[in-house]
Design a protein around this ligand. Structure first.
Ligand SMILES: [Zn+2]
Length: 304
């Protein structure tokens, strides 16, 4: 199984006290390398401007890519742009594009992208919430525009609602967006009555919910909707910040919840999509939880 990553993703530096720090990615890649021999590590290419422009406007590209910054500037109170940020964002988005190509025409079945910065809060026109470009949206649009798919599912189990992904696709019937997340919590979107054009399914959960309400939301609500959509490909926004160790949220999941959900998603990909599945790292801010959850997630992706 391919895993896309790039050393440039370690050189986006939001600052010494920022939760979204390079050590997050090292924790994931070190744990995966130490645990699995079967992974084939691939260098993520850069996304092209054309690939980014499928979901982002010129002004955001110019802000991130054409604005040489010698020091760190704040795009919003949480979202920093520094000397290494543009290259990291290009490699993160490029990983998703390459992963889509790998499963659609490259003979791969499941691919994981170990990248940062995360992406699912970035809207078409704005970087926000630690995210510069919306890498999963760039990947989904690539699957539709380049490969002609008409039913692509983006599944988001990060503890935060992927407001950017939802906003980009909420009028695009080719893409279904399904999310479980804590509410109230940043960015305060993702209410159950936000349906897009029937292609958005949100399952907000209250702080302290824990494993059973999380699994029930997927088992009874999100997975049946995903199954009925019959996706030709699954993309996963794999954030591990709903774990009970995470300092930014209070959803209180266990590591095994990620193994369980990943196995369910693999089964749906096998049923409808010839197994085609691409997962991309989003959030997760406790290093031990990141190690455990990424191993549980990728271990389930490696299952036959
Ligand atoms: Zn998150």
């Amino acid at each position: 199984m391919y895993v896309y990553t790039h050393p440039a993703c370690l050189r986006h530096d939001p600052g010494p006290t920022h939760a979204e720090r390079p050590e997050r990615l090292s924790a994931v890649t070190d744990a995966l390398r130490a645990t699995f021999d079967a992974l084939q590590w691939q260098e993520a290419p850069r996304a092209t401007r054309g690939q980014l422009l499928r979901v982002h406007d010129d002004a955001l590209l110019a802000l991130v890519l054409d604005n040489p910054v010698d020091t760190r500037i704040a795009l919003d109170p949480d979202t920093m742009l520094g000397p290494g940020s543009a290259e990291a964002a290009l490699r993160a988005a490029g990983a998703g594009v390459a992963a889509v190509d790998a499963v659609l025409v490259g003979g791969q079945r499941r691919v994981f992208c170990a990248v940062r910065p995360p992406g699912h809060h970035a809207t078409g026109s704005a970087a926000m919430g630690f995210c510069l470009f919306n890498s999963i949206a760039v990947a989904a649009s690539h699957a539709c525009e380049k490969h002609g798919l008409s039913r692509v599912a983006v599944v988001d189990f990060d503890v935060h609602h992927g407001n950017g992904t939802q906003a980009i696709f909420e009028t695009d019937l080719r893409v279904m967006y399904l999310s479980s997340h804590q509410l109230p919590l940043y960015p305060e979107t993702g209410r159950a009555d936000e349906h897009g054009v029937g292609n958005v399914i949100n399952a907000p959960l209250p702080p302290g919910a824990g494993s059973e309400p999380f699994r029930a939301a997927w088992r009874e609500h999100l997975l049946p909707a995903l199954d009925a959509f019959r996706p030709q490909m699954l993309l996963i926004s794999a954030g591990f910040d709903a774990h009970r160790l995470d300092p930014l949220a209070q959803l209180e999941l266990e590591t095994d919840d990620y193994r369980w959900l990943t196995t369910e998603l693999v089964a749906i990909a096998e049923r409808h999509a010839h197994g085609r599945l691409v997962s991309m790292l989003e959030g997760g801010y406790d290093l031990q939880a990141l190690r455990e959850c990424s191993v549980a997630h990728v271990g389930a992706l490696l299952a036959p």
